[in-house]
Design a binder for this molecule. Structure first.
Ligand SMILES: [Zn+2]
Length: 217
């Protein structure tokens, strides 16, 4: 209580004093660009995923634009110890996404490399995933996929791809017959989520859907 008086919670955008549970004030909230994607219909994330792997459904909460408030929110979540932003983003998601009778079986977020996890102190996707898990009553598993070393792609002839680092992931136990909802923060090229998706698809007779906080396509 005393801390609240000394260091009141402020809107991350305009610095106005706001309720301790909030991230932005009402005025700034109205400037956030929500995507309004329908999880069950075609959308830019689905189109891009389909170039890489067979995806069932996709959802993205906000648009990740240059100089936008969305960018600031994700940046705070990842780099300014604003772990609670994950919970708030999850609440905004639950207000906009219904699985109807096609609920996934398991929520799996993209893991950080252990070195990065140590630097940051938390995985910015965990609180987001856990909040969704308790709202939708779908279990989550932070252990299923682990991130291995970064390796360079050398064999590809395409220059753009040749220079890109590839994240490698592996499943830590056998899994089959599951519809897994993969969760990540920002969707850009789709490379990372595709690597994780293939790990799950190759592990057994599984299905994959995708949920991202922000989309930058
Ligand atoms: Zn504000």
């Amino acid at each position: 209580m005393i801390l609240d008086l000394l260091f009141p919670n402020r809107c991350i955008h305009c610095n106005r004093i706001i309720d301790s549970e909030l991230l932005v004030c009402d005025l700034c909230f109205s400037q956030i660009h929500f995507t309004h994607y329908n999880y069950f219909e075609n959308n830019p994330v689905k189109e891009k995923c389909l170039l890489f792997f067979p995806v069932e459904n996709t959802f993205a909460l906000i648009q990740f634009e240059e100089e936008s408030l969305s960018r600031k929110i994700i940046h705070d979540l990842k780099y300014r110890s604003r772990e609670k932003a994950g919970k708030i983003l999850a609440e905004w998601t639950t207000e906009r996404l219904e699985f109807e009778d096609e609920k996934p079986d398991l929520l799996v977020s993209v893991p950080l490399h252990p070195k990065k996890l140590k630097e940051r102190g938390y995985n910015q996707l965990h609180l987001f995933t856990e909040t969704l898990s308790s709202y939708y009553k779908i279990p989550f598993d932070h252990q299923l996929i682990k991130r291995n070393h970064y390796s360079k792609a050398q064999a590809l002839k395409d220059k753009k791809h040749r220079l890109e680092s590839i994240n490698t992931f592996s499943a830590t136990y056998p899994i089959t017959g599951k519809h897994i909802l993969l969760i990540d923060d920002v969707f850009t090229t789709g490379n990372t989520i595709s690597s994780v998706a293939w790990e799950i698809l190759n592990a057994g007779n599984n299905k994959v859907s995708v949920l991202v906080m922000a989309v930058d396509v």
